[in-house]
Design a protein around this ligand. Structure first.
Ligand code: NDP
Length: 316
């Protein structure tokens, strides 16, 4: 069996981590042949809670899980790390101004970037989940200049998973692949989702809104935010990055833009990617409708503004 790898989870006492840690320990992300050491980072006031999580991890009695280390010290957590899930972030509190929230997160991800730079493996794969994930990933990468910027990504996979589920429900099938926009329909074989749904008003209206408002709908029902599905999406993202995509499969990842599709360079943006040998490539040549273009431009502008605000916090 392979030597164990060190895997970091920050915000390890939180609810997303609670679902994510089981997937990691069970081998669903790095595979059934890869033992792991878990490095669990959280803030000092959460150390008692984190101890409870450590007890539960022990009680799983899973053979792939080797050493488990809870800590509030980023330098300890990131030592020799091969993969990191950066889940912990300052939560939005009522009455908090956007710029205060951003300032708190800039500080967290600057510190973690510096710790990554000093202590982690240079080939570490970093997935940022904590919001605002795209900008947090950019800041983290900035403070870890000796680690390639391609090694920093942000989670956008939950929206892809949600979209697949919503299309499946509309088409009455179990699991359409929205990434290829192809669905296997009983008796009809593989068909393009766009031609099968054939209802632009639905695709551009109700469908889009359902995905956009899904997080709020879960909070309204559960009185807590989506954690199980967010953790599953984080696991999916890292597993595909680690093992690669299947032939013909695309997945959504927030990656540093290279200017593809007219997206400004150096913002972390969600692109469809294929992955081979732990390296992703942005899928090129897709046709962008006017409707999609307008949505992409709005998001790009928001991310550029957020990047400028983050710079202001760092260099007032
Ligand atoms: P969660 O585990 O529910 O969420 C953690 C982060 O993930 C939040 O930023 C949240 O964003 C984000 N997120 C991204 N996608 C989703 C999604 N689909 N649904 C819900 N959240 C999503 O938060 P908890 O409060 O339970 O736990 C956070 C933990 O992080 C706490 O234990 C806290 O102490 C810790 N923390 C650790 C730090 C560190 O390690 N240095 C720094 C700061 C906090 P959003 O806010 O938009 O919901």
């Amino acid at each position: 069996m392979a030597d164990p790898i060190n895997v970091v989870v920050t915000g390890a006492a939180g609810q997303i981590a609670y679902s994510l840690l089981y997937q990691l320990a069970a081998g669903s992300v790095f595979g059934p042949e890869q033992p792991i050491n878990l490095r669990l980072l959280d803030i000092k006031p959460m150390m008692d809670v984190l101890q409870g999580v450590v007890m539960e991890l022990e009680d799983l009695a899973l053979p792939l899980l080797r050493d488990v280390l809870p800590t509030a010290d980023a330098g300890v957590a990131f030592k020799d790390a091969a993969a990191a899930f950066l889940v912990g972030a300052m939560p939005r509190k009522q009455g908090m101004e956007r710029k205060d929230l951003l300032a708190a997160n800039v500080k967290i991800f600057k510190d973690q970037g510096e710790a990554l730079e000093k202590f982690a493996r240079k080939d570490i794969k970093v997935l940022v989940v904590g919001n605002p994930a795209n900008t947090n990933a950019l800041i983290c990468s900035h403070y870890a200049p000796s680690i390639p910027k391609e090694n920093f990504t942000a989670m956008t996979r939950l929206d892809q998973n949600r979209a697949q589920a919503a299309l499946a429900s509309r088409l009455g099938v179990q699991y359409p692949d929205a990434a290829h926009a192809v669905a296997d329909l009983p008796g009809k074989g593989s068909l393009k989702v766009s031609s099968t749904v054939n209802d632009n008003a639905w695709l551009n209206g109700e469908f889009l809104e359902t995905i956009q408002k899904r997080g709020a709908a879960v909070i309204a029902a559960r009185k807590m935010s989506s954690a199980m599905s967010a953790a599953k999406a984080a696991g999916d993202h890292m597993r595909d990055w680690w093992f690669g995509t299947k032939p013909g499969q695309w997945v959504s990842m927030g990656v540093v833009s290279d200017g593809s599709y007219g997206i400004p360079k150096d913002v972390v943006f969600s692109f469809p990617v294929t992955i081979k040998d732990k390296k992703f490539e942005i899928v090129q040549g897709l046709e962008i409708s006017d409707f999609a273009r307008s949505k992409l431009d709005i998001t790009a502008k928001e991310l550029e503004e957020e990047r400028a605000e983050a710079h202001q916090v760092l260099m007032p």
